[in-house]
Design a protein around this ligand. Sequence first.
Ligand SMILES: *[C@@H]1O[C@H](CO)[C@@H](O)[C@H](O)[C@H]1NC(C)=O
Length: 255
Amino acid sequence: MFQIGGLVVFCGLLAQATAQLAGLPVPLDQTLPLAVTPALPSNPTDLAGSLTGALSNGLLSGGLLSTLENLPLLDILKTGGGTSGGLLGGLLGKLTSSIPILNNILYIKVTNPQLLELGLVQSPDGHRLYVTIPLGMILKVNTPLVGSLLELDVKLNITADLTFVKDRQGRLHLVLGDCTHSPGSLRISLLNGVASLPVQDLVDTLTGILNKVLPELVQGKVCPLVNGVLKHLDVTLVHDIVDKLIHGLEFVLKI
Ligand SMILES: *[C@@H]1O[C@H](CO)[C@@H](O)[C@H](O)[C@H]1NC(C)=O
């Protein structure tokens, strides 16, 4: 009954939309990006799409997913982040109660690594591009505290800032500027609900530590990959893009 009601409403909206399309001029939806600017000669949408496509393909063929899968998370959790103990050492110092909790982790494994659709925007002056690289993964945590594996869904955005340089021969290159995790862009959520307090403690502790170390760790692996991909981009594509950036011409939405 509910579904039929929904369908009727939907059909009603559809009919209205169709009528608008057929008859009166429909005002442009302000939320749609106006990727095509009439002033530009070449097809700007294709340029942006070609770049994000080439970057995605390059990252995937450069081993992005296996890099994520092989993040040394357990080592980091167990050893306190290596020799210095710096960041994590300090953290564990403050949360002394977290050590026995972490001892309850038998292993932690990255599964289902994902590269979601890249985002691309242009700086207000038009000379730079900001690429958002949205990553996803599921962390499987084996702990005797629960009978089954704990699963944490993790999402993180890395932002790569692209600009151009001219080399001594006068050739133009698209290069990586800043490459960081966007502030606050790490999201961790528990996939399989768990009620008991020790498990909740474990999840909280784990989330606290991951918040401190994971963005840097991922950034340290992904940014060099982006750099490598940029060096092997199609020359014509680079030329066309740099040509826009030099003149500050908009070919993707400016921020
Ligand atoms: C990543 O960035 C996209 C926009 O490009 C945004 O929609 C998404 O919510 C961000 N994800 C996280 C985990 O911040």
